[in-house]
Design a protein around this ligand. Structure first.
Ligand code: PLP
Length: 393
């Protein structure tokens, strides 16, 4: 067999996609599986967005676009940043990519040299450390717990900064914890980062609009002096239920954005032209669809968190947003024979209860499980009932 690169041998496939496909496999084999592993909204993409894509298709917008996105979409993004975030950018400070995932990937490849350190608070989105490794950087993971709302402190960040630190990553509201940093918490982190002018910052705002507790702020809002070394990453996947369209975007200093564009020009080129037309309609169009989905997520959240806390050996703090709960399962793990950790607990629950959850160690925080409530209330009630039975026996 082929001798694979060191690069690929250092990384693992996305564990969230893995659990989703394991659940699909069992389902295909005839088992009744409730999938609470997926990181995508269960709603259809709103009609006016689909229509814009159909119109683009019919108008023959089926050709290459500029690598970094159509002028229409870039302008819609610039307007979105002005409207929602009070941030102003020029077109050469914006790069549209094939999903938020590619935005971060381009950033890692554009910034990192071998050994450069990237500070990543845990629990983290599963892909950050592996993308850093592909770029031959070194992930530096900071731990947090339910006691601190799964957030890291400014002091923790100060303690992790070294001469080799190139980038600090903040994701708020967070996948998987559902927690969001307050303006004060971000300002405290910002104050530390002001002392380290060579360190870049990535704020992943993908869940900006799926937030019910408090108002959205990112680190640039909290500490405006950091703007010219901060990359704001966002996309349409979660807010508009457009995960399959593959549109994400980045805003930041023009020189690095230009370097990211160069990388993209030699890998995927532009994101799909039709998807870009849909994303333009999403950002420029009515925003009620976002509010409606938010309302459903909030209701399901309230149900799920309460119900999880009633399960033996399970403790769950409230999320501020997203469609995830991140309960601690340590008590249940200790009480279950043959189960020693969260990975075995996930397998146990999939096999005995037919419920698919993602183990917390995938996000750097063992002893927990991520439950996605981007599914119907009926499914959630059914899943909780099954979990109750599985954890008692
Ligand atoms: N950032 C976070 C925190 C996410 O949870 C996700 C998706 O799971 C992404 C970015 C990337 O989203 P996509 O590549 O689907 O646009």
């Amino acid at each position: 067999s082929a001798q694979l690169s060191n690069r690929v041998q250092q990384i693992k496939p996305s564990p969230t996609l893995a659990i989703t496909s394991k659940a699909a496999e069992l389902r295909a084999a005839g088992q009744d599986i409730i999938g609470l592993g997926a990181g995508e909204p269960d709603f259809d993409t709103p009609e006016h967005i689909k229509q814009a894509a159909v119109d683009a298709l019919n108008a023959g917008k089926t050709k290459y676009t500029p690598v970094d996105g159509t002028p229409e979409l870039k302008d819609a993004i610039i307007e979105k940043f002005r409207r929602d975030n009070n941030l102003s950018y020029e077109r050469n400070q914006i790069l549209v990519s094939c999903g938020g995932k590619q935005s971060f990937f381009n950033l890692a490849l554009a910034l990192l040299n071998p050994g450069d350190e990237v500070i990543i608070p845990a629990p983290y989105w599963v892909s950050y450390p592996d993308m850093v490794k592909i770029a031959e950087g070194t992930p530096v993971i900071l731990e947090s717990s339910a006691d601190t709302g799964f957030k890291v402190t400014a002091d923790q960040i100060r303690g992790a900064l070294t001469e080799r630190t190139k980038l600090v990553v903040i994701n708020s509201p967070s996948n998987p914890s559902g927690k969001a940093y307050s303006r004060g918490e971000l300002a405290a982190i910002g104050e530390v980062l002001e002392e380290y002018p060579d360190v870049m910052i990535a704020t992943d705002d993908m869940y900006e609009h799926i937030l019910w507790n408090g108002e959205f702020v990112n680190i640039v809002n909290a500490t405006p002096s950091l703007k010219d070394r901060t990359f704001v990453l966002n996309g349409v996947s979660k807010a508009y239920s457009m995960t399959g369209w593959r549109i994400g975007y980045a805003a930041g200093p023009a020189d690095v954005i230009g370097a990211m564009k160069k990388i993209q020009s030699q890998s995927t080129s532009n994101p799909a032209s039709i998807s870009q037309a849909g994303a333009t309609a999403a950002l420029n169009g009515p925003q009620e669809c976002v509010t409606e989905m938010l309302k459903a997520f909030h209701e399901r959240h309230d149900y799920v968190v309460k119900a999880l806390n009633e399960l033996p050996g399970v403790e769950c703090i409230e999320s501020d947003g997203t469609f995830y709960a991140f309960p601690g399962f340590q008590g249940a793990i200790e009480a279950t024979e043959g189960v020693n950790d969260d990975v075995e607990m996930a397998e146990h629950l999939l096999n005995t209860a037919g419920v698919a959850l993602v183990p917390g160690s995938a996000f750097g925080t063992p002893g927990h499980m991520r439950l996605s409530f981007a599914t119907s209330m009926d499914n959630l009630k059914n899943a909780i009932e099954r979990l109750g039975k599985a954890l008692k026996t």
